[in-house]
Design a protein around this ligand. Structure first.
Ligand code: 13P
Ligand code: SF4
Length: 334
């Protein structure tokens, strides 16, 4: 069995504390104990596994999580999400300890924009303002003017003069959707999310035929043909709210399946069908989000590792466009 010091030394290669846990331990109770003892808060994204959502203090979309990270009074932020989300929390809270249960919980969309290539792209469009989706690294944030999420992107774009030239990165699907919604012609970076690009249009159409009353609700990271079928398009919080408030009782949900946990809890009488991907699986999990487990969450709280650390100059540069996003969101009551 690996001892804790060896496990800590191995985090760079394993991404997490790889040690055995006593199987008789009640992890839910242990996590509650650690929260109190350490004044720790657990922030979880809707794509986390149900057990993690159930122990979280706040569950939200990327905007909600960034807003919670900005205002928390906890000493330790435990981020049950992916790396760019925990990094955003650290950028906003340099004095706090920010933990991520598995440091290798990355994001295909964030990976699609390496900062050195993005810098060259930006230099080719010197008169453009850079609006970047929060799903990117601190290096990309530092090259951006305003950060946005799927909850506030439209409002942020519309807050700018109509003739303002804009680069939108890294998600080309969200960018194309926003160009259509706002009537802009933003220059798009060619990135995408592996989870939202894999939905099968054909299988969704077949599901729709079998469930004619079901509404299709989709995240704007999906490709245009899926969005064209959707009755409602929105962020994870938007999708959850819509499913709660709608009088319909059946929904085909085109985003990561983790969100179904909250949808089902909020509307126990309604049916939620995950939109199927273009492979042999019935539903669509984000392999990065699902690297976090309840065991890893417990271990990272117990031993306060793995921790997010970053260069201070990079942090300061990455903070400005996030603060601009939070300011604009506040102005619009988002
Ligand atoms: P939101 O939760 O902000 O809608 O983002 C979805 C997503 O893909 C997060 O990685
Ligand atoms: Fe990234 Fe897509 Fe996973 Fe979200 S769902 S973390 S955008 S890979």
């Amino acid at each position: 069995m690996t001892d804790i010091n060896t496990a800590k030394a191995n985090i760079d290669s394993s991404g997490f504390l790889d040690i055995d846990i006593d199987v008789t331990l009640d992890l839910f109770a242990e996590i509650e104990r650690l929260k109190k003892e350490k004044n720790a808060v657990i922030l979880a994204h809707y794509y986390q596994e149900p057990d993690i959502q159930d122990v979280a203090d706040f569950i939200g979309d990327s905007l909600g999580l960034a807003q919670q990270a900005e205002k928390t009074r906890a000493d330790i932020i435990v981020f049950a999400g992916v790396h760019f989300m925990a990094e955003t929390a650290k950028i906003l809270n340099p004095g706090k300890k920010v933990l991520l249960p598995d440091l290798k919980a990355g994001c295909s969309l964030s990976d699609s924009a390496p900062p050195p290539l993005f810098r060259i792209f930006k230099e080719k469009h010197p008169d453009h303002l850079v609006i970047t989706y929060i799903n990117c690294s601190a290096g990309i944030k530092a090259l951006s003017d305003i950060i946005c999420t799927s909850s506030n992107a439209e409002k942020i774009i519309e807050s700018l003069p109509k003739d303002q030239k804009i680069i939108f990165a890294p998600d080309k699907n969200l960018g194309a959707y926003l160009n259509k919604k706002t009537g802009r012609n933003m220059v798009l970076w060619n990135g995408a999310c592996m989870v939202h690009e894999i939905f099968s249009l054909e299988k969704i159409i077949k599901l729709k035929i079998r469930h004619p009353k079901a509404l299709v609700i989709a995240h704007p990271e999906c490709e245009q043909p899926v969005l064209a079928l959707a009755d409602y398009i929105g962020s994870t919080t938007g999708l959850l709210k819509y499913s709660k408030e709608s009088t319909s009782t059946e929904f085909i949900v085109a985003t990561e399946t983790g969100i179904l946990h909250q949808m089902q809890k909020a509307s126990p009488g309604k049916t939620f069908i995950p939109a199927p991907p273009d492979n042999s699986c019935a539903c669509n999990d984000c392999p990065h989000m699902k690297l976090n487990t309840l065991e890893k969450l417990y271990l990272c709280m117990e031993y306060e590792q793995p921790e997010i650390t970053m260069d201070e100059d990079l942090r300061i540069a990455a903070k400005k466009p996030i603060e601009r996003m939070l300011e604009i969101s506040k102005r619009y009551g988002l």
